[in-house]
Design a protein around this ligand. Structure first.
Ligand SMILES: NC(=O)c1ccc[n+]([C@@H]2O[C@H](COP(=O)([O-])OP(=O)(O)OC[C@H]3O[C@@H](n4cnc5c(N)ncnc54)[C@H](O)[C@@H]3O)[C@@H](O)[C@H]2O)c1
Ligand SMILES: [Zn+2]
Length: 343
Protein backbone atom coordinates (compact mmCIF):
# COMPACT_ATOMS: atom_id res chain seq x y z
CA UNK A 1 0.00 0.00 0.00
CA UNK A 2 1.32 3.42 -0.99
CA UNK A 3 0.46 6.44 1.12
CA UNK A 4 0.67 10.15 0.22
CA UNK A 5 -0.04 13.15 2.40
CA UNK A 6 -1.20 16.58 1.29
CA UNK A 7 -0.66 18.91 4.20
CA UNK A 8 -1.46 17.21 7.49
CA UNK A 9 -5.21 16.71 7.04
CA UNK A 10 -5.44 14.86 3.74
CA UNK A 11 -4.27 11.33 3.08
CA UNK A 12 -4.27 9.28 -0.14
CA UNK A 13 -3.90 5.51 0.07
CA UNK A 14 -3.39 3.36 -3.02
CA UNK A 15 -3.41 -0.42 -3.14
CA UNK A 16 -5.02 -3.60 -4.43
CA UNK A 17 -8.03 -4.81 -2.45
CA UNK A 18 -8.17 -1.78 -0.14
CA UNK A 19 -11.96 -1.95 0.18
CA UNK A 20 -11.36 -5.23 2.04
CA UNK A 21 -8.38 -4.18 4.16
CA UNK A 22 -8.93 -0.46 4.78
CA UNK A 23 -11.80 0.95 6.86
CA UNK A 24 -12.36 3.74 4.24
CA UNK A 25 -13.95 5.84 6.97
CA UNK A 26 -11.51 5.89 9.88
CA UNK A 27 -13.37 5.37 13.17
CA UNK A 28 -14.03 8.56 15.15
CA UNK A 29 -16.22 8.67 18.28
CA UNK A 30 -18.32 11.73 17.37
CA UNK A 31 -19.47 10.34 14.03
CA UNK A 32 -22.99 8.89 13.96
CA UNK A 33 -23.62 8.66 10.24
CA UNK A 34 -21.78 8.11 6.96
CA UNK A 35 -23.63 9.14 3.80
CA UNK A 36 -22.25 7.48 0.67
CA UNK A 37 -22.90 9.37 -2.58
CA UNK A 38 -22.57 7.21 -5.66
CA UNK A 39 -23.73 6.72 -9.27
CA UNK A 40 -25.49 3.70 -10.83
CA UNK A 41 -22.34 2.14 -12.34
CA UNK A 42 -20.49 2.31 -9.00
CA UNK A 43 -23.38 1.18 -6.81
CA UNK A 44 -21.81 -2.25 -6.21
CA UNK A 45 -18.69 -0.63 -4.75
CA UNK A 46 -20.82 1.76 -2.70
CA UNK A 47 -22.64 -1.28 -1.30
CA UNK A 48 -19.34 -2.79 -0.17
CA UNK A 49 -18.42 0.45 1.59
CA UNK A 50 -21.87 0.61 3.17
CA UNK A 51 -21.48 -2.90 4.61
CA UNK A 52 -18.00 -2.27 5.94
CA UNK A 53 -18.98 1.04 7.58
CA UNK A 54 -22.14 -0.50 9.06
CA UNK A 55 -20.05 -3.46 10.23
CA UNK A 56 -17.96 -1.09 12.32
CA UNK A 57 -21.11 0.08 14.10
CA UNK A 58 -21.69 3.38 12.25
CA UNK A 59 -24.98 4.05 10.49
CA UNK A 60 -24.45 4.09 6.70
CA UNK A 61 -26.81 5.44 4.03
CA UNK A 62 -26.38 5.37 0.25
CA UNK A 63 -27.63 8.17 -2.02
CA UNK A 64 -27.48 7.43 -5.76
CA UNK A 65 -26.91 10.40 -8.06
CA UNK A 66 -27.76 10.68 -11.76
CA UNK A 67 -25.04 9.26 -14.03
CA UNK A 68 -22.27 11.42 -15.48
CA UNK A 69 -22.14 15.22 -15.84
CA UNK A 70 -25.86 15.46 -15.05
CA UNK A 71 -24.90 14.92 -11.39
CA UNK A 72 -22.82 18.10 -11.34
CA UNK A 73 -25.65 20.63 -11.16
CA UNK A 74 -26.87 23.00 -8.47
CA UNK A 75 -30.27 21.30 -8.68
CA UNK A 76 -28.68 17.98 -7.69
CA UNK A 77 -26.66 19.76 -4.98
CA UNK A 78 -29.87 21.14 -3.49
CA UNK A 79 -31.54 17.74 -3.69
CA UNK A 80 -28.59 16.14 -1.87
CA UNK A 81 -28.62 18.87 0.83
CA UNK A 82 -32.31 18.06 1.44
CA UNK A 83 -31.59 14.34 1.68
CA UNK A 84 -28.83 15.11 4.19
CA UNK A 85 -31.39 17.12 6.19
CA UNK A 86 -33.86 14.25 6.08
CA UNK A 87 -31.18 11.80 7.25
CA UNK A 88 -30.41 14.04 10.23
CA UNK A 89 -26.83 14.66 9.14
CA UNK A 90 -24.66 16.54 11.64
CA UNK A 91 -21.37 18.32 11.26
CA UNK A 92 -19.38 15.46 12.83
CA UNK A 93 -20.69 13.00 10.24
CA UNK A 94 -18.92 11.95 7.05
CA UNK A 95 -19.71 12.07 3.35
CA UNK A 96 -18.16 9.49 1.04
CA UNK A 97 -18.04 10.02 -2.73
CA UNK A 98 -17.78 6.59 -4.40
CA UNK A 99 -17.76 6.84 -8.18
CA UNK A 100 -16.17 8.62 -11.11
CA UNK A 101 -14.95 12.21 -11.15
CA UNK A 102 -18.47 13.57 -11.36
CA UNK A 103 -19.36 11.91 -8.06
CA UNK A 104 -16.22 13.01 -6.21
CA UNK A 105 -16.49 16.59 -7.58
CA UNK A 106 -20.09 16.80 -6.36
CA UNK A 107 -19.46 15.02 -3.06
CA UNK A 108 -16.52 17.33 -2.32
CA UNK A 109 -18.62 20.39 -3.10
CA UNK A 110 -21.52 19.23 -0.94
CA UNK A 111 -19.23 18.23 1.94
CA UNK A 112 -17.32 21.52 1.85
CA UNK A 113 -20.51 23.60 1.97
CA UNK A 114 -23.18 21.68 3.91
CA UNK A 115 -23.16 22.80 7.57
CA UNK A 116 -20.15 24.96 6.56
CA UNK A 117 -18.02 21.92 5.97
CA UNK A 118 -17.99 18.25 6.88
CA UNK A 119 -15.48 15.44 6.59
CA UNK A 120 -15.29 13.91 3.13
CA UNK A 121 -13.72 10.70 1.76
CA UNK A 122 -13.32 9.80 -1.92
CA UNK A 123 -13.31 6.30 -3.36
CA UNK A 124 -12.65 6.83 -7.10
CA UNK A 125 -14.00 4.07 -9.36
CA UNK A 126 -12.68 5.36 -12.71
CA UNK A 127 -9.05 5.71 -13.75
CA UNK A 128 -9.56 9.42 -14.47
CA UNK A 129 -11.09 9.83 -11.03
CA UNK A 130 -8.18 8.03 -9.39
CA UNK A 131 -5.30 9.85 -11.10
CA UNK A 132 -6.88 13.26 -11.59
CA UNK A 133 -10.32 14.25 -10.26
CA UNK A 134 -9.90 12.96 -6.70
CA UNK A 135 -6.44 14.51 -6.23
CA UNK A 136 -5.74 18.18 -5.65
CA UNK A 137 -8.71 19.52 -3.72
CA UNK A 138 -10.79 21.13 -6.46
CA UNK A 139 -14.51 20.49 -6.13
CA UNK A 140 -17.26 21.81 -8.32
CA UNK A 141 -20.44 21.72 -10.30
CA UNK A 142 -21.43 23.11 -13.69
CA UNK A 143 -23.37 26.30 -14.37
CA UNK A 144 -23.64 27.02 -18.09
CA UNK A 145 -19.87 26.50 -18.19
CA UNK A 146 -18.11 23.48 -16.71
CA UNK A 147 -16.94 23.69 -13.08
CA UNK A 148 -17.95 27.35 -12.76
CA UNK A 149 -19.07 26.92 -9.14
CA UNK A 150 -16.79 25.18 -6.69
CA UNK A 151 -14.47 25.22 -3.72
CA UNK A 152 -10.91 24.36 -2.85
CA UNK A 153 -11.21 21.62 -0.25
CA UNK A 154 -9.10 18.52 0.17
CA UNK A 155 -10.92 15.37 1.26
CA UNK A 156 -9.74 13.86 4.54
CA UNK A 157 -8.93 10.65 2.68
CA UNK A 158 -8.79 9.26 -0.83
CA UNK A 159 -8.94 5.47 -0.94
CA UNK A 160 -7.80 4.13 -4.33
CA UNK A 161 -8.49 0.40 -4.57
CA UNK A 162 -6.70 -0.59 -7.77
CA UNK A 163 -8.82 -3.76 -8.03
CA UNK A 164 -11.74 -1.49 -8.95
CA UNK A 165 -9.70 0.00 -11.80
CA UNK A 166 -8.29 -3.26 -13.17
CA UNK A 167 -11.46 -4.30 -14.97
CA UNK A 168 -12.48 -1.01 -16.59
CA UNK A 169 -13.53 -1.04 -20.25
CA UNK A 170 -11.35 0.44 -23.00
CA UNK A 171 -13.01 3.87 -23.11
CA UNK A 172 -12.68 4.49 -19.39
CA UNK A 173 -9.12 3.17 -19.45
CA UNK A 174 -8.12 5.56 -22.26
CA UNK A 175 -9.77 8.54 -20.53
CA UNK A 176 -7.61 7.99 -17.46
CA UNK A 177 -4.51 6.88 -19.36
CA UNK A 178 -4.40 10.17 -21.25
CA UNK A 179 -4.13 12.16 -18.00
CA UNK A 180 -1.74 9.60 -16.50
CA UNK A 181 0.52 9.89 -19.56
CA UNK A 182 0.32 13.67 -19.18
CA UNK A 183 1.47 13.26 -15.57
CA UNK A 184 4.43 11.20 -16.74
CA UNK A 185 5.34 13.68 -19.47
CA UNK A 186 5.39 16.64 -17.09
CA UNK A 187 6.87 14.92 -14.08
CA UNK A 188 7.94 11.29 -14.26
CA UNK A 189 10.12 9.88 -17.06
CA UNK A 190 9.91 6.42 -15.43
CA UNK A 191 6.13 6.41 -15.92
CA UNK A 192 6.64 7.36 -19.57
CA UNK A 193 9.09 4.44 -19.93
CA UNK A 194 6.47 2.11 -18.41
CA UNK A 195 3.87 3.24 -20.94
CA UNK A 196 6.42 2.80 -23.70
CA UNK A 197 7.45 -0.69 -22.59
CA UNK A 198 3.97 -2.11 -21.85
CA UNK A 199 1.49 -0.04 -23.89
CA UNK A 200 -2.08 -0.88 -22.96
CA UNK A 201 -0.78 -3.60 -20.60
CA UNK A 202 1.04 -1.14 -18.31
CA UNK A 203 0.65 -2.45 -14.73
CA UNK A 204 -2.27 -0.52 -13.25
CA UNK A 205 -0.81 -0.25 -9.73
CA UNK A 206 2.38 1.42 -11.01
CA UNK A 207 0.44 3.64 -13.40
CA UNK A 208 -1.93 4.88 -10.69
CA UNK A 209 0.68 5.30 -7.97
CA UNK A 210 3.11 7.18 -10.20
CA UNK A 211 0.51 9.45 -11.77
CA UNK A 212 -0.90 10.33 -8.34
CA UNK A 213 2.61 11.03 -7.06
CA UNK A 214 3.15 13.60 -9.83
CA UNK A 215 -0.11 15.41 -9.12
CA UNK A 216 0.44 15.33 -5.36
CA UNK A 217 3.88 16.83 -5.89
CA UNK A 218 2.56 19.66 -8.04
CA UNK A 219 -0.46 20.58 -5.90
CA UNK A 220 1.53 20.40 -2.69
CA UNK A 221 3.82 23.07 -4.06
CA UNK A 222 0.97 25.23 -5.26
CA UNK A 223 -2.52 24.65 -3.88
CA UNK A 224 -4.32 27.54 -5.53
CA UNK A 225 -2.77 27.42 -8.96
CA UNK A 226 -0.85 30.68 -8.84
CA UNK A 227 2.17 29.24 -10.59
CA UNK A 228 3.45 25.74 -10.82
CA UNK A 229 0.05 24.07 -10.77
CA UNK A 230 -0.34 25.37 -14.30
CA UNK A 231 1.92 22.56 -15.57
CA UNK A 232 -1.04 20.21 -15.02
CA UNK A 233 -2.60 21.97 -18.01
CA UNK A 234 -0.12 20.33 -20.39
CA UNK A 235 -2.09 19.47 -23.54
CA UNK A 236 -5.11 21.39 -22.26
CA UNK A 237 -4.76 24.77 -24.05
CA UNK A 238 -5.38 23.32 -27.49
CA UNK A 239 -7.02 20.19 -26.06
CA UNK A 240 -9.86 22.01 -24.34
CA UNK A 241 -10.65 23.96 -27.50
CA UNK A 242 -10.80 20.69 -29.47
CA UNK A 243 -12.93 19.06 -26.76
CA UNK A 244 -15.51 21.83 -26.94
CA UNK A 245 -15.31 22.48 -30.69
CA UNK A 246 -15.37 18.84 -31.81
CA UNK A 247 -17.40 17.41 -28.91
CA UNK A 248 -14.97 14.61 -28.20
CA UNK A 249 -14.01 13.19 -24.84
CA UNK A 250 -11.66 15.08 -22.53
CA UNK A 251 -9.03 12.32 -22.62
CA UNK A 252 -8.95 12.17 -26.42
CA UNK A 253 -8.79 15.96 -26.62
CA UNK A 254 -5.90 16.15 -24.14
CA UNK A 255 -3.96 13.62 -26.20
CA UNK A 256 -4.48 15.72 -29.33
CA UNK A 257 -3.51 18.78 -27.29
CA UNK A 258 -0.27 17.11 -26.23
CA UNK A 259 0.55 16.38 -29.87
CA UNK A 260 0.04 20.09 -30.62
CA UNK A 261 2.17 21.09 -27.63
CA UNK A 262 4.87 18.68 -28.80
CA UNK A 263 5.16 20.53 -32.12
CA UNK A 264 5.15 23.91 -30.39
CA UNK A 265 7.90 22.72 -28.05
CA UNK A 266 10.01 21.42 -30.93
CA UNK A 267 9.96 24.99 -32.28
CA UNK A 268 10.24 26.94 -29.03
CA UNK A 269 12.29 24.90 -26.54
CA UNK A 270 14.15 22.54 -28.85
CA UNK A 271 12.15 19.56 -27.50
CA UNK A 272 13.58 16.49 -29.26
CA UNK A 273 10.94 13.88 -28.30
CA UNK A 274 8.02 15.12 -30.41
CA UNK A 275 8.00 11.97 -32.52
CA UNK A 276 8.47 9.71 -29.50
CA UNK A 277 5.48 11.33 -27.82
CA UNK A 278 3.30 10.90 -30.93
CA UNK A 279 4.23 7.24 -31.11
CA UNK A 280 3.43 6.73 -27.42
CA UNK A 281 0.02 8.38 -27.70
CA UNK A 282 -0.90 6.32 -30.77
CA UNK A 283 0.26 3.08 -29.10
CA UNK A 284 -2.30 3.63 -26.32
CA UNK A 285 -5.13 3.90 -28.84
CA UNK A 286 -5.42 7.65 -28.30
CA UNK A 287 -5.88 10.05 -31.23
CA UNK A 288 -3.13 12.19 -32.79
CA UNK A 289 -5.30 14.48 -34.92
CA UNK A 290 -8.47 16.50 -34.43
CA UNK A 291 -11.72 15.66 -36.22
CA UNK A 292 -12.57 18.11 -39.01
CA UNK A 293 -12.95 21.62 -37.59
CA UNK A 294 -12.40 25.14 -38.79
CA UNK A 295 -9.09 26.66 -37.62
CA UNK A 296 -10.70 30.01 -36.79
CA UNK A 297 -13.20 28.23 -34.57
CA UNK A 298 -10.34 26.58 -32.63
CA UNK A 299 -8.48 29.90 -32.31
CA UNK A 300 -11.65 31.56 -31.04
CA UNK A 301 -12.11 28.84 -28.40
CA UNK A 302 -8.47 29.14 -27.29
CA UNK A 303 -8.90 32.91 -26.93
CA UNK A 304 -12.11 32.43 -24.92
CA UNK A 305 -10.35 30.11 -22.43
CA UNK A 306 -7.46 32.54 -22.11
CA UNK A 307 -9.67 35.48 -21.26
CA UNK A 308 -11.38 33.47 -18.57
CA UNK A 309 -8.14 32.13 -17.06
CA UNK A 310 -6.36 35.48 -17.39
CA UNK A 311 -3.15 33.76 -18.37
CA UNK A 312 -2.39 35.61 -21.57
CA UNK A 313 -1.05 33.55 -24.44
CA UNK A 314 0.75 31.03 -22.27
CA UNK A 315 1.13 27.36 -22.98
CA UNK A 316 2.79 24.49 -21.13
CA UNK A 317 5.68 23.09 -23.16
CA UNK A 318 8.36 20.53 -22.42
CA UNK A 319 12.09 21.16 -22.52
CA UNK A 320 12.50 17.45 -22.10
CA UNK A 321 10.19 14.71 -20.83
CA UNK A 322 9.70 15.45 -17.14
CA UNK A 323 10.78 19.08 -17.47
CA UNK A 324 7.86 21.42 -18.23
CA UNK A 325 7.88 25.18 -18.64
CA UNK A 326 5.04 27.68 -19.00
CA UNK A 327 5.83 30.06 -21.85
CA UNK A 328 4.20 32.75 -23.96
CA UNK A 329 3.70 31.56 -27.53
CA UNK A 330 2.98 33.69 -30.58
CA UNK A 331 0.44 33.12 -33.35
CA UNK A 332 2.99 31.51 -35.61
CA UNK A 333 3.76 28.81 -33.05
CA UNK A 334 0.05 28.18 -32.36
CA UNK A 335 -0.49 27.91 -36.12
CA UNK A 336 2.26 25.29 -36.42
CA UNK A 337 0.86 23.41 -33.41
CA UNK A 338 -2.60 23.29 -35.02
CA UNK A 339 -1.06 22.19 -38.30
CA UNK A 340 0.45 19.21 -36.46
CA UNK A 341 -3.02 17.99 -35.44
CA UNK A 342 -4.57 18.53 -38.85
CA UNK A 343 -6.38 21.79 -38.04
N1 LIG B 1 -11.63 18.05 -9.42
C1 LIG B 1 -10.69 17.94 -10.34
O1 LIG B 1 -9.57 18.39 -10.17
C2 LIG B 1 -11.02 17.24 -11.63
C3 LIG B 1 -9.98 16.84 -12.49
C4 LIG B 1 -10.31 16.13 -13.63
C5 LIG B 1 -11.63 15.85 -13.93
N2 LIG B 1 -12.60 16.26 -13.08
C6 LIG B 1 -14.01 15.98 -13.37
O2 LIG B 1 -14.20 14.58 -13.44
C7 LIG B 1 -15.29 14.31 -14.30
C8 LIG B 1 -14.92 13.21 -15.24
O3 LIG B 1 -14.56 12.06 -14.50
P1 LIG B 1 -15.07 10.62 -14.94
O4 LIG B 1 -14.71 10.35 -16.34
O5 LIG B 1 -14.67 9.64 -13.89
O6 LIG B 1 -16.64 10.89 -14.93
P2 LIG B 1 -17.93 10.06 -14.54
O7 LIG B 1 -18.17 10.13 -13.09
O8 LIG B 1 -19.00 10.57 -15.43
O9 LIG B 1 -17.59 8.56 -14.91
C9 LIG B 1 -17.53 8.17 -16.28
C10 LIG B 1 -18.49 7.01 -16.53
O10 LIG B 1 -17.99 5.84 -15.89
C11 LIG B 1 -19.03 5.17 -15.17
N3 LIG B 1 -18.38 4.41 -14.09
C12 LIG B 1 -17.94 4.87 -12.90
N4 LIG B 1 -17.28 3.90 -12.23
C13 LIG B 1 -17.31 2.80 -13.02
C14 LIG B 1 -16.80 1.49 -12.89
N5 LIG B 1 -16.07 1.11 -11.81
N6 LIG B 1 -17.02 0.60 -13.88
C15 LIG B 1 -17.73 0.96 -14.99
N7 LIG B 1 -18.23 2.20 -15.17
C16 LIG B 1 -18.01 3.12 -14.19
C17 LIG B 1 -19.92 6.29 -14.75
O11 LIG B 1 -21.20 5.86 -14.43
C18 LIG B 1 -19.88 7.23 -15.95
O12 LIG B 1 -20.84 6.85 -16.89
C19 LIG B 1 -15.65 15.60 -15.00
O13 LIG B 1 -16.81 16.14 -14.43
C20 LIG B 1 -14.46 16.50 -14.69
O14 LIG B 1 -14.81 17.86 -14.62
C21 LIG B 1 -12.32 16.94 -11.95
ZN1 LIG C 1 -7.71 17.20 -17.88
Amino acid sequence: VERFLIGDASEIVVGAGLLRSDPVVVPRPDRRLTVILTQPAAAGWAGKIERSVAGSGIRAEVVTLPDGEAAKSLAVVEEVYRQLNDLGTRRGDTIVGAGGGTVTDLAGFVASTYLRGMECVYVPTTLLGAVDASIGGKTGVNLDGKNLVGTFAHPARVVVDTDILRGLGEDLWREGASEALKAGLIGDPVLVDLFERHGRAVPIDDLVTRAIAVKVGVVTEDFREAGRRAVLNYGHTVGHAIEVGCRISHGSAVSIGMVAAGRAAALVTGFTDEERQRHLIASLGLPLAAPAIDRDEVLRLIEFDKKRDQDGSRMVLLHRIGDPVVVAVDHEVIGAALEAIGV
